[in-house]
Design a protein around this ligand. Structure first.
Ligand SMILES: Nc1ncnc2c1ncn2[C@@H]1O[C@H](COP(=O)(O)OP(=O)(O)OP(=O)(O)O)[C@@H](O)[C@H]1O
Length: 249
């Protein structure tokens, strides 16, 4: 699997300045990649382009060499996508919601139902499986969204801030799930939880202002930390140094 933004230019409106301009980025083909950057850096935009939910104004989005503009329907089955805001439904229970997404992604009805139960169990929501999603808390709804991303056999998983709004215990549960999932399927995940997740990641991408400031193995990212940074603060320090926030450059 290769997933690549090739010299992509994108703006939300024709008259607005592009968020990304001739932007090239390839999602690593294995393991967990975390996408870091300040608010407004372009992370969600990058992920939405990779998920095929928005189209570039120029350039190409290539999945294993095929341009998405000509193959979007088929492509969406291969990509699992957790958007930043998970819409709730008044009608559907958590299990129905996850099963519906799995069915849309090409699973048979019975398999989608089965997978939905297993995915909700993975994210610790079995007890809420029968509740309408509109009646869940923000963190629970986020976990329903994560379950949707896990409930079908995707070839790449894109998670936009999956840990936002999760309580500390659920973050730990999520980390365990993530480790298991990323061992089999490449995962690209945007996050502000650097300290929590840098240790788990194989690759770290840091972007700002629609540009990549760092892309490489986690160790090479952490090497940017100040030498006096405490071990538990190395990721935060590396981020500050690369973003030139620490006053040292
Ligand atoms: N729907 C929209 N309409 C117009 N501009 C938008 C829209 N969504 C995002 N933008 C702009 O695009 C730029 C990149 O936003 P994006 O959401 O991709 O950043 P981000 O790195 O995901 O930020 P955050 O960490 O806050 O989620 C920002 O300047 C933002 O204001």
């Amino acid at each position: 699997m290769t997933l690549l933004l090739d010299r992509v230019t994108f703006s939300y409106h024709r008259w607005l300045r592009p968020v990304l301009s001739r932007f090239t980025y390839e999602v690593p083909g294995e393991g967990l990649t975390i996408l870091l950057g300040p608010n407004g850096a372009g992370k969600s935009t990058t992920m939405a382009l990779l998920a095929g939910t928005v189209a570039p104004r120029a350039g190409r989005v290539l999945f294993s060499g095929t341009d998405l503009t000509s193959a979007s329907r088929g492509y969406r089955r291969h990509v699992a996508w957790l958007p930043q805001r998970v819409p709730s439904s008044r009608q559907l229970t958590a299990r129905e919601y996850v099963a519906y997404v799995a069915w849309l992604k090409g699973e048979s009805r019975s398999r989608a139902w089965e997978r939905a139960g297993a995915a909700l169990d993975q994210v610790g929501l079995t007890e809420q499986a029968g509740r309408k999603t509109a009646r869940l808390s923000g963190g629970q709804l986020r976990r329903v969204g994560i379950a949707c991303a896990l409930a079908h056999d995707a070839r790449v998983i894109l998670l936009d801030e999956p840990t936002a709004g999760l309580d500390p215990h659920q973050r730990t549960v999520f980390r365990d799930v993530l480790r298991e999932v990323a061992a089999k399927t490449p995962v690209l995940m945007s996050t502000h939880d650097i300290a929590d997740l840098a240790d788990e990641a194989d690759t770290v991408t840091l972007m700002d202002g629609g540009r990549i400031l760092h892309h490489g193995g986690t160790r090479s990212f952490l090497d940017h930390a100040r030498p006096d940074a405490a071990p538990a603060r190395r990721a935060e320090s590396a981020y500050a140094v690369l973003m030139r926030l620490d006053g040292s450059q």
